[in-house]
Design a protein around this ligand. Structure first.
Ligand SMILES: Nc1ncnc2c1ncn2[C@@H]1O[C@H](COP(=O)(O)OP(=O)(O)OP(=O)(O)O)[C@@H](O)[C@H]1O
Ligand SMILES: [Mg+2]
Length: 329
């Protein structure tokens, strides 16, 4: 495969490793007690419209860069009575301060990859998953990451504020007093545009508000890594772009590593992602800036018509894209 800046996954992994192998990134502490509660300026909150009065009470974590190499996942298929590879030797990296989209046709392995990275379900995997250049320690990683699944359920009878208070009591325990917890909650609800809905019971929320509440509940203890499986499914264009814009804000303003799977986003939403990671046939066919996908596909003979949405085009032609890459290798 041709090695350009944003290409198929093995090359981009190598260039990433070279630029990050000097150990400049923050060390990944395997000691959970090393988390500090920062009462000063909250990192990443300066300069934007978002005030950080509440967030300052939350635990702070180092920025997290996640890498995986040669990741393979197989299951035993009862129907065919043989092993089936759901992910085949894929490489990649997802970085702090960035919002990354995992894309690809249905069945490509997007949810499987999220599950593996978040540490859900899949046990028999091969390959490496590293957190800030050290092997992932699942006990620590669980505390520093949150996974918002596609069908996350909310208790329909709680109001937004009650649901948030419950999450704060469960996740923050006695570390903060009631007033501090309310400050944190107000901050998060403001950030996610849910302040006006705080006294509404969740069954009456709109689809977009429900998704945002699912995200808000997971932000309560300030996780540095957030995985989301299809956060825009079921939302209209406006709510989808609000949701993705908000996730982008979270990544950029607070330095979090935000990774979500998404199906054929609109052109506007596609351009909000810092990076895209495209899967086809259980393999990664592209990783890099979304803006480079069209020139990259053109290089290998797939020309996107001017009027096409690059997200639709790359997903729609991904199998051809995959076949060409296989032949080139
Ligand atoms: N335990 C299993 N046994 C057999 N096949 C499985 C198993 N789990 C997942 N699969 C298959 O693996 C493939 C990848 O599934 P996955 O849910 O990751 O796809 P996806 O890219 O998230 O698709 P979608 O966009 O439809 O959500 C699918 O073809 C699915 O049927
Ligand atoms: Mg899926």
């Amino acid at each position: 495969m041709d090695s350009t800046t944003d290409t198929g996954c093995s090359d981009s992994y190598n260039s990433y490793s070279k630029s990050h192998s000097s150990g400049t990134s923050l060390n990944y502490s395997s000691d959970i007690n090393a988390i500090s509660v920062d009462l000063g300026d909250h990192n990443g909150c300066h300069g934007d419209n978002v005030s950080c009065n509440g967030l300052k009470y939350l635990p702070t974590w180092p920025a997290i860069n996640l890498e995986f190499r040669d990741l393979t996942y197989e299951v035993y298929d009862l129907h065919t009575k043989s092993r089936k590879q759901l992910l085949r030797s894929i490489n990649g990296q997802f970085r702090a301060h960035e919002l990354t989209a995992i894309m690809g046709p249905s069945g490509a392995g997007k949810t499987t990859l999220l599950n593996l990275l978040a540490g859900y379900g899949a046990k028999k995997t091969s390959g490496e998953i590293n957190v800030n250049n050290s092997p992932r320690n699942m006990k620590v990683f669980r505390k520093m990451s949150r996974y918002i699944m596609q069908n996350d359920v909310l208790d329909p009878h709680f109001t937004v504020l009650e649901a948030m208070l419950l999450a704060a009591h469960l996740k923050l325990g006695n570390e903060l007093n009631h007033k501090q917890k309310l400050d944190v909650i107000n901050e998060i609800l403001g950030m996610l545009g849910l302040t006006k809905a705080q006294n509404t019971i969740t069954m009456r929320l709109s689809g977009g508000e429900k998704k945002r509440l699912c995200i808000a509940l997971e932000l309560v203890n300030n996780p540095p890594v957030i995985f989301l499986d299809e956060p825009t499914t079921g939302l209209d264009d406006l709510s989808s772009s609000q949701c993705i814009s908000l996730l982008r804000g979270i990544a950029h303003r607070t330095g979090r590593t935000v990774i979500c799977s998404i199906h054929t986003p609109s052109a506007k939403v596609f351009h909000m992602f810092d990076k895209v990671y495209i899967l086809a046939e259980s393999q990664c066919i592209y990783q890099g800036a979304g803006a480079n996908i069209v020139p990259y596909m053109k290089q290998i003979g797939l020309t996107c018509p001017r009027t096409y949405n690059p997200a639709d085009f790359s997903e729609y032609r991904s199998l051809e894209f995959y076949d060409i890459l296989v032949k080139l290798n």
